[in-house]
Each structure stands twice: as structure tokens, then as C-alpha cells.
Ligand binder design. Structure first.
Ligand SMILES: [Zn+2]
Length: 160
């Protein structure tokens, strides 16, 4: 189970956790339409450990029960349990639909983004699922700082 800690399933009570795990780069099965037994079945089919706060599931061997309530404490617990800091690349996956992002040329986006955004940034990425465009702005920086503080991002990837 520890071989590929970046593939996880998160129960529908833990939407904020799921979003942050995706921002950290994890491949997260999260679907508000799935609950209890259906979610566990799908997680097992996809060989994903299930992260849940459902006490009824806590004794299953492939379930990680979270006692923590705040999303930061939850993230820390999950990161530690699955050693996520070693395997994740932050901001490489869409937080909304879980699809990987791919780099997109700046020229191709001229006229398709607010001009000040286009002018202020060099690198852009597009979600292969929903098509949303992402860039390394102040919002991304804040997310990275948060992930670093939680031990979910390399601390000195760019030399400081
Ligand atoms: Zn998307």
C-alpha cells in the first residue's frame, strides 16, 4: 500500500481535505455521490486506500481513519501516514476534477486571459479535464507556502 502513496480515496465528508491533497499533487478519488460501501468498493477496485471519518469503516485494513477535525491536522496526518512529501509534486493537478495539468504556451493564451494576468506571468498550465488555466501567481504562492508548512512540498526546491 505504501508503494504508491499518491493514489488515494477520500470520503465525501472530507471535501476540503480532498481539494488540498489534489493541490499537493495527489491523485484523489473524491465523489460526493459515493458514500460508505459504494465508495469503499470503488476505492478497492482502484487499489486506493480510503481516508475517512466514518467510524463504521475504521477496522477495515485498507482504511485510514482520521480522528482529526481541522483540515490542516488532517493533511498532516495523511502526509505522515503515506509519506506524501516524498512522492508529490504540488500544483500539478486540477483541484476541481483531479486531472493532471500540462504546460501551455504563453502565446496561445493571448486574448484568452485578463491582460494583466497574461502580462504578469511567464508560465501557464491547463487542466486536461475542465480546461481551466492556472498560473504561478500570488494565489499559487500562498498555496505552496501552506503546503510547505504542512510538510507537503519540498522546502528548498528552487534554492530558497
Ligand atoms: Zn480541471
Amino acid at each position: 500500500m505504501a508503494e504508491n502513496g499518491a493514489r488515494l480515496a477520500v470520503d465525501r465528508m472530507l471535501g476540503r481535505l480532498a481539494r488540498w491533497l489534489r493541490l499537493a499533487g495527489a491523485d484523489v478519488l473524491y465523489d460526493p455521490a459515493l458514500d460508505g460501501a459504494a465508495l469503499l468498493e470503488r476505492a478497492r477496485f482502484e487499489h486506493r486506500p480510503l481516508i475517512t471519518r466514518d467510524k463504521r469503516l475504521r477496522t477495515a485494513p485498507d482504511v485510514f481513519y482520521l480522528a482529526e477535525q481541522g483540515f490542516r491536522d488532517q493533511l498532516r496526518a495523511v502526509a505522515e501516514r503515506f509519506r506524501l512529501a516524498l512522492v508529490l509534486r504540488p500544483l500539478t493537478r486540477c483541484p476541481r476534477c483531479n486531472q493532471p495539468l500540462s504546460e501551455v504556451g504563453r502565446a496561445a493564451l493571448l486574448g484568452r486571459l485578463p491582460p494583466f494576468v497574461w502580462a504578469a506571468h511567464e508560465r501557464f498550465a491547463r487542466c486536461s479535464g475542465c480546461g481551466k488555466i492556472f498560473w504561478q501567481g500570488t494565489h499559487a504562492e500562498r498555496i505552496l507556502q501552506e503546503l510547505k508548512a504542512l510538510g507537503l512540498a519540498p522546502r528548498s526546491e528552487r534554492g530558497g
